[in-house]
Write a protein that binds this ligand. Sequence first.
Ligand SMILES: Nc1ncnc2c1ncn2[C@@H]1O[C@H](COP(=O)(O)OP(=O)(O)OP(=O)(O)O)[C@@H](O)[C@H]1O
Ligand SMILES: O=C(O)[C@H](O)COP(=O)(O)O
Length: 483
Amino acid sequence: MASLAASPAFSLLKSTKAITSSASTRARASLLPIPSKPTSTRPLGFSAVLDNSHRFSLHVASKVHHSARGKGSRGVVSMAKKSVGDLSSAELKGKKVFVRADLNVPLDDNQTITDDTRIRAAIPTIKYLIDNGAKVILSTHLGRPKGVTPKFSLAPLVPRLSELLGIEVKKADDCIGPEVESLVASLPEGGVLLLENVRFYKEEEKNDPEFAKKLASLADLYVNDAFGTAHRAHASTEGVTKFLKPSVAGFLLQKELDYLVGAVSNPKRPFAAIVGGSKVSSKIGVIESLLEKCDILLLGGGMIFTFYKAQGLSVGSSLVEEDKLELATSLLAKAKAKGVSLLLPTDVVVADKFAPDANSKVVPASGIEDGWMGLDIGPDSIKTFNEALDTTQTVIWNGPMGVFEMEKFAAGTEAVANKLAELSEKGVTTIIGGGDSVAAVEKVGVAGVMSHISTGGGASLELLEGKVLPGVIALDEAITVTV
Ligand SMILES: Nc1ncnc2c1ncn2[C@@H]1O[C@H](COP(=O)(O)OP(=O)(O)OP(=O)(O)O)[C@@H](O)[C@H]1O
Ligand SMILES: O=C(O)[C@H](O)COP(=O)(O)O
C-alpha cells in the first residue's frame, strides 16, 4: 500500500475504531421495540433480522400494531414471508399451484441453453410440490419480447427441465386461454405444465389486473420463486397475488432473501463488502447502503478512478465520471464518519489502449501517466485486499475489480474470487451479489464453494440498495410474535 497508504488522505479513510465495536449496536438496531402504548402511526420503515433458525424476517414498521406493554419491555413482531415449506402435504395434494420462476436463461443462436443455473435453482421448489402431490403450473418470462416472438419460445427449456425433474414436463403454447385450461384440467398429481413465455402478452409487464386474474384463474395457490424478477411489479410476479391465496415464497426466493437481506443486515462480523464494476454512478445506492452495515469496504473496477481524481491524483485516460467527483468525496467522508475501513487500490495495471493486446504495466495509484488507462487493480492492492479479507467472517461481493473479460486485466478479479473461495472453505459466509462477479467466480471455477451466489442481477442490486421488492412484499406474511 506504499504511496497512498502513506498519504494523509488514505490514513483518513482507515477506521480508528475497533472493527467489532458497533456490532451489538447494529444487531439491536435491527429489532423493533414493542412500543409502550398502542400505535398505528409509526413511520414507514423496514428492517431485517435472522432468527435462530437462520430464517429471514422482514419487519414492516408501518404495519405494526401492538397492545399496551410495560414501559421498557422489548419484543419483535416478525413478518417473515410465508414459505412453500410452510405448506403441508394435505394443503398441497391435488392442488393446482401457479409457480412463477425466473427461467430467463441465455440461449445461443441454435436455441441451446448456455447456462442452466436458473433452471437448476428453480428445481427444489418444483420438486417439493411434485413430491407433495401438487399439480405444478410453471410460468416464466424469457428475454424481452415485443409480442409473440418464436425465438423467445420456452420450448428449448422443456428437455432440461424434464431431465432435472426426472419426469416428462408438458408445455402449453400459450399462458392463458382454453387450450391452457384443458391442459391444466388433465394435469395429474405430481405433473408439471410449463406455460408459454408470459411476456408474449404486453399485459404482463403492465401488471394488467385482468391478465393477472386470468393467470390466477388457472390455479388454487401461488408460489413466487422468481427472485431474478422480484424487482418487477408484473402481472405474474405481483398482480396475481391479489387473486390467489395463499401466495407464498419458494425456496430459492427465501434463500436469496436469507443471504442478501438477512446475512447482510445482521452479519457475522467483521463484515466486508467488495464493490467493483465500471461506474460509481450505478453503484451509489449499493455503496451508501453497505456503508451503513459493513466494517470494511474494498473498492475496485473502473469506479476507483473517480475516487482517485477526487483526491487530486492524475488518472490519464482511465474511466472517470467528472460529475461524480463530489459524490466520491462525500462517500469517502461518510465512510470515515461511520468508522468503516475503506480501502482503495494503491496500485493499478495500466494499458495504452482498451484492448486485449494492449501494452500494460503496473504503476502506483499516484503514477498514472497521460495516455494510459487503469484496467485492473495491481499486485500490492491484491495483497492488501487479501489481508483485509483474512480478518472477516462475512463478505459480500458485487462487481469485478478490472476488465476481467480480457486475460491481461483479469488478475485482480480472479484473485478476489480465489480468496473468497478459500475463506468460504474456512467457514466465512461468502455472498456473490449477482452480475459480472457471478461470471467471474464461474470462470475461475469456484462457484460451488461460495455460501451463496445470487441468481438475480437487477433484483440483487435493488435489495443491496435496501429497496423492497414488489414481488416479495406482495406475498403473505407468516406473523410470529416473540417477546
Ligand atoms: N478499470 C476499468 N475500466 C473500464 N471498465 C472496467 C474497469 N473495471 C471493470 N470494468 C468493466 O465493468 C464491467 C462490469 O461493470 P458493472 O457495473 O456492469 O458490474 P456488475 O454489477 O457486476 O454487472 P451487471 O451490470 O451485469 O450486474 C465489466 O464489463 C468490466 O469489464
Ligand atoms: O435477467 C434478469 O435480470 C431477470 O430475468 C429480469 O429480466 P428483465 O430485466 O428483462 O426484467
